[in-house]
Design a binder for this molecule. Sequence first.
Ligand code: HEC
Ligand code: HEC
Length: 228
Amino acid sequence: MTAPVRIVAAALLVVPVALSGTAFAADPGGAAIAANGTEAGAPPCASCHGEHGEGQPEGPFPRLAGIDAGYLVQQLHDFASGKRASDIMGPVAKALSAGQMTAVASYYATSSAPKAAEPNPLDETAVAAGETLAQRGDWSRGLPACAQCHGPNGVGVGASFPKLAGQSMEYISAQLKAWQAKQRTNDPLGLMANVAARLSDKDVTAVAAYYASLPADETSASSTKGAR
Ligand code: HEC
Ligand code: HEC
């Protein structure tokens, strides 16, 4: 667990450099916010979320590229209000105006980047078990298929059901565990809390491995796997 600490420390070190070296535009666009941060003190998103929003799978930093703008904006509002608790993202989101949230979310939603490499090879058995759960669910346990809400191959459905394909194994399992522990509670109607409560530790590993195994830039249904 030293990697995330090192990355956060590196990100924090980047801030003063960016602040002293950057002339901020009066109303920076999404790409400028991602690369330079904001005058109000939001650090460059890229320092944690990767140069092209691909995320850092060896740490807790999710992929943002290609995820629906409406979903990203909602999460930023929830971080700012504290409805979604995060010691790291809370202060970042509070340093963004509503307009800047929309601009940076639109920038990432329309960005594409290949799936960032996982730090460890994914376990094929876990990927296969995860695929079965994700596509079919398990009715004997009242567990719906993830695909019913997140779309075929986790491509995402509108602003409510985020894309999971190509998200990192660590981030997906951390979010599922956060719902199980009632640390993440901002999901509409408790839909994810209900799903997560029915997952065993093995299931969490399996579905996280499955979604991390999918190519990130897939936009239509297909069973192609890659980008390991
Ligand atoms: C210091 C590191 C850091 C910086 C800088 C940072 N983030 Fe984050 N971000 C994180 C972490 C860690 C998480 C995961 C939080 C959690 O586990 O709930 C996250 C999560 C998010 C999410 C939620 C994604 C999802 O799929 O639900 C969004 C949206 C986001 N960040 C946007 C931004 C934007 C926009 C910026 C730049 C203005 C930014 N972040 C800067 C570390 C950072
Ligand atoms: C009944 C609909 C529904 C089902 C079924 C469902 N989800 Fe979700 N999921 C949601 C919603 C809604 C959100 C967005 C929550 C929010 O807005 O904070 C979400 C968010 C997530 C996230 C967070 C993504 C991010 O970027 O932070 C993960 C991970 C996730 N779901 C995994 C799963 C897995 C794995 C399954 C299957 C075991 C599953 N979901 C089944 C509705 C569902």
